[in-house]
Unconditional design. Sequence first.
Lengths: 798, 162
Amino acid sequence: MSAAAGTGFRYIGKKRRAKEHPRFTAGHGRFVADIALPQMKHVALVTSPYACARIARIDAAKAHAVRGCIYVLTGKELCAAVDPLLVGVDAPLVKRFPLANGVARYAGEWVVAVVADSRAAAEDAAEKVEIEYQPLPYNVDPEKALDAAAPLVHPEHGSNLLYQREFVWGPVAEDFARAAQRLSFRARWHRSATVPIETFGVLAKWDAGRGILDVWASIQMPKFPDQTARALRLPGSAVRVHFDVDVGGSYGVKRGIKHAVLVGYLAKKLGFPVRLIEDRLENMRGGDMHGPDRIFDLEVAFDADATIRSLKIRALDDVGAYAGRAPLQLGKPVGAIVGPYRIGSVAYEPICVLTNKTAQEAVRGFGQSPTNFALETALDRVARHLGLDRVEVRRRNLIRKHEFPYLIPSGTTYDSGDYHAVLDKALAAAGYAELVATRDAARAAGKLAGIGISTCLEPSGGNSAFEPLFNPKNETTTWMDSCLVRVDLSGSITGVMNTSSAGQAHETLVATCVGEILERDPASIRVVRADSLVALPSNSPVGSRMAIMLGGAAAGAARKVRARLIAIAAHQFECSVEDIEYRDGDASLKGAPSRRLSWDQLVEIAHRKFHLLPPGIEPGLQEKFVWQVPTGGMLPTPEGRIQMYPCTSFEAHLVYVEIDRDTGRPSLQRYVCGHDCGVMINPDVVHGMTYGGIAHGIGAALYERFAYSDTGQLQSQTFMDYLMPSAIEVPALRIVDHCTPSPLTTFGQKGSGEAGYLGAPAAIASAVNDALAPLGAAIDELPMTPHDIWKQIKKKLR
Amino acid sequence: MTEKKHAVAIEVNGMAFQAEVPARLTLVDFLRDEARLTGTHVGCEHGICGACSVLFDSLPVRACLMFAWQAHGHKVTTVEGLANPDGSPSPLQDSFCETHALQCGYCTPGMIVAAHALLEENRSPSEADVREAIAGNLCRCTGYQQIVDAVQLAARRLGETR
């Protein structure tokens, strides 16, 4: 770390406008749907109306007759020509293709792709495709799907069980036997997702002369170019993904391999550029972007003083009909399986079940927020059981400041933190005592009022250690990221990053970190994105990793540039590099400030004057840095212990809710989040993500649900049914910062891209249940919609 | 069958556009595909998200819920038309940059249109006024906090210059 306790920085941590903002506020963003190529054709999709059905016959004659229709692609043709998409766990017979292969396994699955001169013509033609289906038995309930008699989603796989393992870390049986008390309960996290306002889109163009497939896509997907090329049976060097595409929100879900393989195949086959921009319906039911859908069965062993000794967690996740990386969302929480608490042993049984629903994809937090909700529900239940204050129960169990670095039973070491200080700050900012008085006064006046609390972790620095944990055939132990910093002859600095972004202000991040090291104004630093054929390795902005990984890589490359400038100066002054003082880009001899070479002079030597360069230094001025995730590199132990992510951010949420007795409508009236993500590179950016994460958490807690009918039909296919919070539902939010620098990262930063979302659902559930407690009611399911709350009120007041 | 087309003349951001369009062409598709003004975004195409908001004469509307021919003879203003005459950001656009009122930028043009319409009517909106005015525009990045801050900042700045 270059500065203690997050101070002493020149640019880091300061108010700075994002470099990205001017183009977006002017309406000059460049999203995938903004890119139009000559002769571009458009795709519309025909989707299955059945939860499961054999595709008996497809007749496209009438579709072909529609003016403008170019091609009708069936699964039969496509699946013979491309390889199945990668499955994150070891289940090679759960084959997934962009179009249904003989059998459609969920309502909304893409069955036929129609290509036409315009999207309107493609939709006209899609309506004319005649498909004869033979409906098959299906599964909607993930627990029933495990019955021996249940119909199989993938008969070749032989079971609806996609993944299961029983981990035991530490003396669980002994701890349960020794504990004074036990509680068990079920908590349910229903299916929701991040639902970006921009749907997924991809445009592909086959350049036959060069043998290159050019791809522009709205993506946030690790190894997207490699996976696309592999499925298309092309060498990696034949797929060029352009990362300079603005992504209209993602928060995990924009993986898009199936979209890209479909469109890539069509572009190569037809010789035209082909574009698919999902409409909202295609997106909601067939875009494969639903999030975790979990049933938690928890047992907690604790003492009379509320000390929690041990946990048993069974987490059954309904992953839908196909699997990419989504099952690994039960793996990431292994790295924070005890939350921020001193819990000595854990048994954890993750179970992934196949059903006839839309395939799951990664959602903000990669499975951590549902797990946090389950853990916080346990803490609240222990408090209620013992008649103790929920804050006090947390205080007693939170890891102490002096205990860091702290090793949890599942093998991950938490790098640093001061959980009690953050909780205290949040309590003070919320005016906790006054809040309790307000709640009690409201109750005395006959209102339903509650206070919610949660104290949660955000593992950050996204590694991919869950891959080898959940799939022994996968030996991935690096999840590196990279940056190239170049200084041109004019002295201008350009940082080159190797991934697209979906609003995380990465250009600002790179410029700030490079500027900090080179002592040059970040406003003057250009940041561009390589395409995948010239890119250094990147694993994309997942797992709250870019402040750490891209920031660290940018700083690393800048340090090498700086070292080179210092070496050039030392050579001119015939001194050692230690005798050079570097300031603002200029280099001088220590103690002799008149012996000084300016930035421009140093740059000119590097670019033009080989005769002045020290031996062994290459001409020009550019450096790359590829960074391994700190603490990464190990395979899991046989018991499944693993260092998951390197850093842990912490958040303490406090929320006050009043509920309308007549309608069940909750009104969030005060919201405070204490947050510690180490050194903030750009506070506005961190706060923005945290506010957004809280709003998303409000949605997941109260409104958003991909609900299925008993016949396997998605019932929330539009924004009339899938309700996302507006500026009315989201109250004024207050964030209180705390800074415990990480000892593992370049500037002491931790990740924050999933902040807010990791604790908000738990806190809101806590608040609603506190409000319902005087009625003797409780809800352990999310979302707890106004209607769900109303039903509880009616039941208890009847 | 060839789709019948209709002549429309629409003034967009002060420029006259004339085109032959099918009756079913939405205003947002006209703006994006015919006028090639891609600042107006398509989010839901059923009138909920507000990403496609534009000013129709001076009122904010959802361009996904109107047909292009309905705008015949009218003035439409998109986010590209809200900058200062010299092309520099308007006080509202600049305030969005200042308070970090956006992340991915996808809902931003619609938000700016909605906020612009509010500020034309109400020069010192309360927080509740701002929330009400942007309640028809969904944002998944910001939690709205910094958007509310931006609109109030812009109101203060406009108040100083008006």
